[in-house]
Design a protein around this ligand. Structure first.
Ligand code: SF4
Length: 556
């Protein structure tokens, strides 16, 4: 080689002032510098700058000794982050999110979005209005969120008033029991009995197995068996708690946490003791800002009260439904894109940070104290139609009393409406229902006498999942509901596999047609069910297939 080649340094140069800002913010947050905390760092910047400018992403990449592209791919994956390049328009400081999922659609979300856009048009530079999927307050539909301030039963006037009055911050739910109240009522005695082996591990495991408690995030895996499997793995073991309830129609985890967070903590700590997990990671969906403040306050009080607790980290999601899938959540806790893993290996063997991991939905842990205190027999004494236990139904839609209803497993839809929900709304006739949120399918009123529980709806092409029940009336169309669900899946597909990424988009196009090409849709559904990696793509065709099977008159 003759002349020495001249090299130009590739990549973006570091902005010293931005780097100093990032260092100051990280120091202020008290967070250590670790790769898995990347999403937390991105939140810090997004909260302050209302977007993620490229120089800030570069500074974070520099601090973590990773490439800018690695930071960017995470930043651009989550809906609550706005990465912007130099020269790009910067989003307004305030975002007003309006839910357009099924229950809110039933309650007028479309006209709310249109009216708000017109009313707030003159504030164009100061705020933006975003239509977003379910924000977990379906019992109070329609819902808007001004910054971090939820507006329930939202109207244009209420949302405008919140904007004008600067109501943008989350507040701690007033009804929540604090640590002292919980202790006064006998809280944490059971945990201490477990620590002192007054309640030995085997007796706890047997009681849980006898109770028949199953995972309440949707999959329904028996809790006691899961504890035994993870306990049998090589240490160190970890625990990951899933509070990313993003299934449209689901809000039970928020409901329980807003009232009794320590009942959950106690179940979680008992699980950690019995299974022998060294650290606990709680993954909370980003829509639950008030709950986050509450959990932070109560965790701090708990750590002070029990100085020997295992390390507990509260992690903030960033607006991605797919992170409710257990392996996607684990990826997200590791600071990556929330892309579901191929299994096996299962999380119980190779989970968070490659360690055996006990993964649980919040509600599964919430019931541990009650079951151990009162005994499995008390729990199994409930139930109807041959089913045992209790289910927390998140009910929304056309009923008089939407909300979380704790009812016997196996109750039918008609019984739930009549006995717990105060009947149908005036002027509405029961037409159908979604037994398990957007992914659990749609059943007609003629199937309103089926027992609602795990495994009872499979032969009807549906499942109960997290028991998110949305009630439809003669003023709804199942095809509109199914299209809403499919658009949601298209929006939330992580894009990793083609049957889901392309299939959901194709299905939306087909479902928008007045007359459905049912043969093509069935073929497409089969491919999605058979070849998608995770439950999102596999369950996405459920509402579509149910319309073809049970509401054919709507699509001919
Ligand atoms: Fe991602 Fe969909 Fe594939 Fe699941 S099925 S891994 S969400 S693309």
């Amino acid at each position: 080689m003759g002349k020495k080649a001249s090299f130009k340094k590739r990549g973006r140069s570091l902005n010293g002032q931005v780097l100093s800002e990032i260092e100051a913010w990280l120091a202020e947050s008290g967070l250590p510098l670790r790769r898995d905390l990347l999403i937390e760092y991105l939140h810090i910047v997004q909260d302050r700058k209302h977007c993620l400018p490229a120089d800030y992403l570069n500074a974070i990449a520099h601090k973590l000794h990773i490439s800018l592209v690695e930071v960017y791919e995470v930043a651009s994956f989550y809906h609550h982050f706005d990465p912007v390049k130099e020269g790009d328009a910067v989003p307004p400081a305030l975002t007003v999110r309006v839910c357009d999922s099924i229950s809110c659609q039933q309650s007028g979300a479309e006209s709310l979005i249109a009216d708000l856009s017109a009313r707030l048009a003159d504030k164009g530079g100061e705020l933006r209005i975003q239509r977003v999927p379910c924000v977990g307050r379906c019992e109070a539909a329609p819902v808007a969120v001004v910054g971090q301030h939820p507006v329930e039963q939202a109207t244009t006037d209420k949302v405008s008033a919140a904007v004008d009055n600067g109501q943008q911050d989350a507040t701690i739910p007033e009804q929540a029991k604090d640590l002292q109240t919980y202790l006064d009522e006998g809280g944490y005695q059971l945990y201490q009995q477990c620590l002192s082996d007054e309640r030995d591990d085997e007796s706890v495991l047997s009681e849980l197995e006898n109770s028949g408690l199953r995972g309440l995030g949707g999959a329904g895996f028996p809790v006691g068996r899961k504890w035994r499997i993870v306990k049998g793995q090589t240490a160190p073991r970890l625990m990951a708690v899933n509070i990313d309830e993003g299934e449209p129609g689901t809000f039970k985890d928020r409901y329980y946490l807003e009232r009794d967070p320590h009942r959950f903590f106690e179940g979680m700590l008992i699980a950690a003791k019995v299974v022998g997990t060294e650290a606990i990671y709680i993954y909370l969906r980003d829509e639950y800002h008030g709950v986050k403040l509450l959990l932070e306050r109560e965790l701090a009080a708990l750590k002070q009260h029990f100085p020997e607790l295992p390390p507990i980290e509260l992690r903030r999601g960033a607006g991605a439904y797919v992170c409710g899938e257990e392996s996607a959540m684990v990826e997200s806790i590791e600071g990556k894109r929330g892309m579901p893993r191929l299994r096996p290996p299962y999380l119980a063997e190779v989970g968070l940070f490659g360690r055996p991991t006990l993964e649980h939905n919040m509600e599964s842990l919430y019931w541990v104290r009650d079951i151990l205190d009162k005994g499995a027999a008390e729990f199994t004494a409930h139930g109807r139609n041959g089913r045992k236990g209790l289910r927390s139904f998140s009910v929304s839609g056309r009923v008089n009393k939407p909300g979380v209803h704790l009812a016997p497993a196996g109750i039918t839809m008609r019984e739930l409406i009549d006995e717990y929900c105060g009947g149908m709304l005036e002027g509405h006739t029961f037409y159908g229902y979604l037994p398990g949120g957007a992914s659990g399918g749609i059943l007609p009123a003629s199937k309103g006498d089926l027992p609602l529980d795990f495994d009872t709806l499979n032969e009807h092409g549906c499942f109960i999942g997290s028991a998110a029940v949305i009630v439809l009336s003669d003023q709804d169309k199942a095809r509109d509901v199914a299209l809403n669900a499919m658009r949601f899946f298209e929006h939330e597909s992580c894009g990793q596999c083609t049957p889901c990424r392309v299939g959901t988009a194709k299905a939306v196009k087909l479902m928008e047609q007045p007359v459905w090409d049912q043969a093509l849709m069935k073929e497409l559904s089969t491919v999605m069910i058979d070849a998608s990696i995770c439950g999102l793509g596999q369950a996405a065709p459920n509402p579509l297939q149910c319309v073809i099977n049970y509401f054919p008159q709507e699509v001919k």
